[in-house]
Design a protein around this ligand. Structure first.
Ligand code: CO
Length: 214
């Protein structure tokens, strides 16, 4: 692909937007009030806004390899805190995807340099759900299930965060959702996780009991 084509594409995109609304960029420049925070994989095939049919300004986005929410990752923590406390998003979505290279790598241990530590939390997901995963013979089903369980665990990691719990106690928001994008069909699948129920079952371990509730 010609590198310069990107800038030609950009000119066409500007023209399209302005043809539909001459004040499009003026309005856009005024600020953002997205209702969703989307945490997804960096994979180039999983284009967040596109697959949701959303426009600029409608979704706050964080992407990393295999959509991880690692408690010591300053980046994801800052994104979540900003989204919850300042943008006051109503929904946080963790979106995994089938055929995820990161998940595949976690299924096939090998020395991958910098990726070793990054993939460790994914290997933890595999260990936590060992019993269920080791009972699956079919390789594709096993791969798909680890993608789904990874989404569940990352959603769980979100409800462990102090400021998420604080917001939750105060307003009942954000709601946490686990999705999977099927790159084989283009379909977006809601795993219909009940994170409030999940939290209920691990509350005695992770409830930080925000100060005002004590
Ligand atoms: Co991926």
């Amino acid at each position: 692909m010609d590198f310069n084509k990107i800038f030609q594409n950009n000119q066409l995109w500007i023209a399209e937007k302005l043809a539909a609304d001459p004040h499009y960029f003026e309005t856009l420049a005024k600020g953002q009030t997205p209702e969703f925070l989307y945490i997804g994989c960096s994979d180039s095939r999983v284009t967040a806004e596109d697959l949701m049919g959303l426009q600029p300004g409608e979704v706050f986005i964080h992407r990393n390899i295999a959509n991880q929410v690692v408690p010591t990752d300053n980046n994801v923590n800052a994104v979540i805190q900003y989204a919850v406390e300042h943008l006051k998003v109503k929904h946080i979505i963790v979106c995994g995807h089938y055929e995820c290279g990161g998940v595949k790598a976690a299924l096939h241990p090998s020395d991958m340099g910098q990726l070793n530590s990054w993939l460790q939390t994914l290997r933890d997901v595999r260990r936590l759900h060992r019993q269920e995963l080791e009972a699956i013979d079919d390789k594709t089903k096993l791969f798909d299930r680890l993608v789904e369980l990874n989404v569940l665990e990352q959603c769980t990691n979100i409800i462990k965060i102090d400021h998420v719990q604080r917001a939750w106690y105060k307003t009942g928001y954000p709601k946490i959702h686990g999705w999977v994008f099927d790159v084989r069909t283009g379909k977006l699948i809601d795993l219909k996780l009940n994170m409030e129920k999940e939290f209920g079952s691990i509350r005695h371990i992770y409830d930080l009991k925000p100060l005002e509730k004590q």
